[in-house]
Design a protein around this ligand. Structure first.
Ligand code: CUA
Length: 343
């Protein structure tokens, strides 16, 4: 009875707001109702058998039961099939949730004790203002891929209405994707205990119509270009050349790529060098010196910067590349990766 009430309450209080809400709920409902039916079946049979096999006379003998092979085998096979149905169903949905579609809008999310920070591809950063948790904006119907990283300890990024949750782990990137389907404000929770203010580590996801999202970004971009222009004008006092747009994450990565002299060994146009070219490397299979291949994703590129000898590209000498462990900040690593993605 309490379980039923809880199920009903959750249905009412937790709206569907992403492309995954429906499929997650269907599997959940299936398991829930299966449990209800099994529970009732067991209780009813218990009552029926207690009455049916009640000893009515003092001298009545309880018959010895040998077992019944067809029933036992039947129950085992039946339960096995049920479990496999649940397994297949969950696996199918899981694979879909773990495979971001091509062309998804990417947002870099950083968790730290005790706040969330969001960075859009155009360079816009949404962070906490005073005591107010940050509000990041998403266009309705857009596939969104969040690339998550932690500056300190384990956190977990959780939006109940979207039915998505992902651990945020220091020292590596994790990701999740979804497409919000309903306009509104949704609370982002941290779902991994991370210290004193864990319960206040919140953010707000605001889902708006695509046109409103574009306006929200354009307004910021114009302001960013204007302030860059003003800075330039103040510095040079001469005729300023207006920037074409705000400095994106990839722009920062490009500047770092030059500043750290990466281009001394790595070409960006496919030309040979002391190190492998970075042209069109992201998202592709890379052949390694040990004969294996690896997909060049965010974590592969990160490891190549931190532990260059761990995964050496076939035909190259891994000892040449210096480690950047402790020399690049997390957001600089992210910027470099965003730049490499554009090549
Ligand atoms: Cu971050 Cu709990």
């Amino acid at each position: 009875m309490l379980g039923l009430l809880g199920w009903w309450f959750t249905k009412l209080s937790l709206p569907d707001a992403s492309n995954f809400s429906g499929s997650v709920d269907r599997l959940y409902d299936f398991i829930f109702w299966l449990s209800v039916v099994s529970f009732l079946g067991i209780v009813i049979m218990m009552v029926v058998f207690s009455v049916k096999y009640l000893r009515r006379r003092e001298d009545e003998e309880t018959p010895y039961i040998e077992g019944h092979t067809p029933t036992e085998v039947g129950i085992s096979i039946g339960l096995f099939v049920l479990v496999m149905i649940i397994f297949y169903w969950g696996w199918r949905d899981y694979v879909q949730m773990r495979t971001p579609p091509a062309g998804a809008m990417e947002i870099n999310v950083t968790g730290r004790q005790w706040e969330w920070e969001f960075q859009y591809q155009n360079g816009r950063v949404v962070a906490r203002e005073g005591q107010e948790p940050p509000t990041f904006v998403l266009p309705r119907g857009q596939n969104v891929k969040l690339i998550l990283q932690s500056k300190d300890v384990l956190h977990s990024f959780y939006i109940p209405e979207f039915r998505v949750k992902q651990d945020v782990v220091p020292g590596m990137y994790t990701f999740l994707w979804f497409a919000p389907t309903v306009v509104g404000d949704y609370t982002v929770y941290c779902a991994e205990f991370c210290g004193t203010d864990h319960s206040r580590m919140l953010a707000k996801a605001r889902v708006v119509e695509p046109a409103d999202y574009d306006a929200w970004q354009r307004k910021w971009e114009l302001a960013a270009v204007k302030s860059a222009w003003d800075r330039q004008a103040n510095a040079a006092a001469a005729k300023p050349t207006p920037a074409a747009g705000p400095e994106t994450i990839a722009d920062k990565g490009k500047a770092l790529f030059a500043a750290k002299a990466c281009s001394a060994c790595h070409s960006t146009d496919g030309a040979p060098g002391a190190g492998p070219t970075l042209k069109a490397v992201f998202g592709h299979e890379v052949a390694l010196a040990d004969g294996s291949t690896v997909k060049a994703d965010e974590n592969y590129l990160r490891q190549s910067l931190m532990e260059p000898a761990a995964q050496v590209v076939k035909g190259f000498n891994g000892g040449v590349m210096p480690t950047f462990q402790g020399q690049l900040k997390d957001d600089e690593v992210t910027a470099l990766i965003e730049y490499i993605k554009t090549l």
